[in-house]
Ligand binder design. Structure first.
Ligand code: HPA
Ligand code: ZN
Length: 335
């Protein structure tokens, strides 16, 4: 077991390319060594011989079970501080300079962990890591879709009092199959009324109709959106309105949403004119990072460096920053 993250591409120009990431779950960055150490500290059984054994799955529900087990090792404020600090340390190693990162509070509240413990720990960890590593992070609170609208609105109620310099938006994640996405239209509306941006995981394991539902609800970004091309009228709208997609091809291959990177619709979505961004989703769970994602997607599609820089620039465009901030980020990250 090593503390260092696994890098498939240590000398890749894509590691040096300064990047922006818009789809990464803070819990999905938890290093196996940290999970093992904290589980031992709290006497929490992980049910496997080594924590690496947790990081293997055949589909999204299977993955989410492992995600829940990993979460169970994080209990007190110091644990969440460490989670966020290490997430940022690893982001710096991947060449990430700005990130909008998800927190999934449902996985913690369910275990009796207080919301303040999660939030205060993560915020403290991010602040310290920004000082040490120069990576700026902003946050998105994700509701647990299978729990339904009531618990989602309760999360929004908590969100309204949090620091708006840090918390930019409300999202939705977890299982997709069997979840009625239409129920979340009032959540999107209410979140917008409170001045939040919104995004939702959809069209990942579920059909493109879920993307259509969330676009109709008015979300500002689509997380994954892998199935988008199944509905041509929807493609036209997403392209027309330049509604960003936060694509995670390696995650989709690992969770058997797409058969291979070569067969993943990422390139076809770009070709269709969509504002597609490239993201790692849960880098610790897939044993890679965003630099590796750039390298792999470039290789799988025969994209040159310039094309990958343009893909990186899509993430600046799709970021929830004002135009002045985006212009500053563009200048800072120009290569
Ligand atoms: N999909 C849904 N829920 C998640 C994911 C994902 O890719 N990663 C972490 N929670
Ligand atoms: Zn995700």
């Amino acid at each position: 077991m090593t503390d260092a993250p696994l890098h498939a591409a240590p000398d890749s120009p894509y590691r040096r390319l300064p990047k922006v990431e818009l789809h990464c779950h803070v819990e999905g960055t938890a290093r196996p060594s940290t999970v093992a150490e904290l589980a031992a500290k709290h006497g929490i059984p992980l049910g496997v011989e080594t924590p690496e054994d947790l990081y293997s799955y055949a589909n999204l529900p299977d993955f989410l079970a492992a995600f829940g087990t990993v979460c169970s090792a994080f209990v007190d404020l110091d644990d969440f501080h460490r989670m966020a600090y290490e997430a940022t340390e690893d982001a710096a190693l991947a060449g990430i300079r700005y990130r909008e990162m998800f927190i999934s509070p449902g996985f913690h509240l369910d275990r009796g962990v207080r919301f303040d413990t999660v939030w205060d720990g993560i915020v403290a960890g991010l602040r310290e890591a920004e000082e040490d590593h120069g990576v700026r992070t902003r946050l998105i609170l994700d509701v647990d879709k299978p729990k339904g609208l009531g618990p989602a609105l309760a999360i929004l109620e908590v969100a309204r009092n949090l620091d708006r310099d840090l918390l930019l938006g409300i999202g939705g994640d977890s299982n997709e199959i069997g979840v009625d996405h239409e129920q979340f239209a009032p959540l999107v509306r209410e979140a917008h009324n409170l001045g939040f941006k919104t995004c939702f995981h959809c069209g990942e394991e579920g059909p493109a109709e879920n993307i259509a539902t969330m676009v109709a609800a008015g979300v500002d970004r689509i997380d994954h959106g892998t199935r988008l091309l199944d509905l041509p009228e929807l493609v036209a709208r997403v392209v027309d309105e330049q509604i960003p997609l936060t694509s995670c091809p390696t995650s989709n291959v690992e969770l058997e949403v797409a058969p291979t990177l070569e067969a993943h619709p990422f390139a076809a979505q770009l070709e269709a004119g969509a504002l597609v961004t490239l993201n790692s989703d849960d880098p610790a769970f897939f044993r890679f990072d965003l630099a590796d994602e750039f390298e792999r997607v470039a290789t799988a599609n025969g994209f040159d460096f310039e094309t990958m820089v343009a893909i990186r620039d899509n993430a600046i465009e799709a970021a929830w920053l004002d135009e002045t901030d985006k212009a500053a980020l563009r200048a800072e990250l120009s290569v």
